[in-house]
Write a protein that binds this ligand. Structure first.
Ligand code: DGY
Length: 321
């Protein structure tokens, strides 16, 4: 595939490896990611047959590309692309599952430990010279030992998190719409009942209408004063005002957040809280894992434009073999 006969649109920023590889095989058109109309003349719009996107592809832009065949999304989560709408138009959407499972699961455990044992604050204590000048860092009120973790979501990444939690000798339960037949963890059909039963809640569900603000005041109150909440899924799953209130009032003990309702964010509502550990959406953000994700974005496009096969379509737009 080197005749560059196919035009691929890249809205906004994308991983440099995606750009470098796509430029070898495709005719590339780039536009800034912004609200409003797609600023491309009619002839260019008509040429575009593929999109590579990291973030959001506006639905109106999908509609403005009459010959669009495939949207290749950078990320396992594709909440920035309306896949149901794409399906109605016969447009394939692909994403980057599996290659990031271990990285995200590892980061989740790190964030859980940071939250419970306050390790980033302990390091800051040393770096600021306070160990020498003021003495030992305060004991962490919480411990990971003996916790019962409830996973909201038990997909590919959730399962990797569960396996790691088992190695930490922790009890694992989960809430999904449908119980899995291949695990022995206790399934809760009600999120509230699971929150009541566990003391640690990890959210690893995609951002959809069904998960929007699913973590609310009621769930946090059910989790209780020894409760730890960790979010590595999507910020849209959390009512952040309710979470802030729960952390300030002691309704729950602590939270670790890698994702936020709006990103990027200064997370100003949480900054003065001592019982929160914050990360800037880095769960999959290592060079090797992001390279693997970038390759999958490109390989899906090459597959489609070579022989109409893709490696990782989203379930809303299956590709017939
Ligand atoms: C994803 O792939 O959806 C992750 O959130 C990116 O880090």
């Amino acid at each position: 595939m080197t005749d560059k006969s196919v035009t691929v649109l890249i809205p906004g920023r994308i991983h440099p490896r995606v750009l470098e590889r796509l430029e070898r095989d495709f005719d590339i058109v780039r536009v800034p990611e912004q609200g409003g109309e797609l600023e491309l003349d009619e002839a260019t719009r008509a040429k575009v047959r593929g999109v590579a996107v990291s973030g959001t592809l506006q639905r109106a832009w999908m509609d403005a590309l009459p010959n669009l065949e495939i949207v290749s999304n950078f990320g396992v989560g594709y909440d920035g692309v309306d896949a149901d709408h794409a399906a109605t138009k016969g447009i394939i959407v692909t994403h980057t599952p599996d290659v990031l499972n271990d990285e995200v699961a590892d980061t989740t455990i790190g964030l859980l430990l940071n939250t419970v044992r306050r390790l980033p604050r302990a390091e800051a204590w040393l770096r600021d010279g306070r160990w020498k000048s003021e003495g030992a860092f305060a004991l962490s009120p919480l411990s990971l030992k003996g916790r019962h973790v409830g996973l909201l979501g038990l997909g590919r990444i959730g399962l990797e998190i569960a396996h790691r939690l088992e190695a930490f000798k922790l009890k694992v339960s989960y809430h999904t719409r449908t119980p899995r037949s291949d695990v022995s963890y206790t399934h809760y059909s009600s999120l509230r009942e699971m929150a009541q039963a566990v003391d640690t809640l990890i959210c690893i569900v995609p951002g959809t209408a069904a998960t929007h603000k699913i973590i609310n005041a009621e769930i946090l109150s059910a989790l209780g004063p020894n409760g730890v909440f960790i979010n590595v899924g999507r910020g849209s799953s959390v009512d952040e005002a309710a979470l802030e209130a729960a952390l300030r009032s002691g309704t729950i003990a602590a939270a670790g957040l890698d994702v936020f309702y709006e990103e990027p964010t200064t997370a100003s509502a949480f900054l003065d809280l001592d019982n929160v550990s914050l990360l800037p959406h880095v769960a999959s953000a290592s060079v090797p894992t992001r390279n693997a994700m970038a390759d999958l974005v490109v390989d899906n496009l090459i597959g489609w434009f070579t022989d109409k096969t893709v490696i990782s379509p989203v379930p809303e737009t299956p590709v017939k073999k």
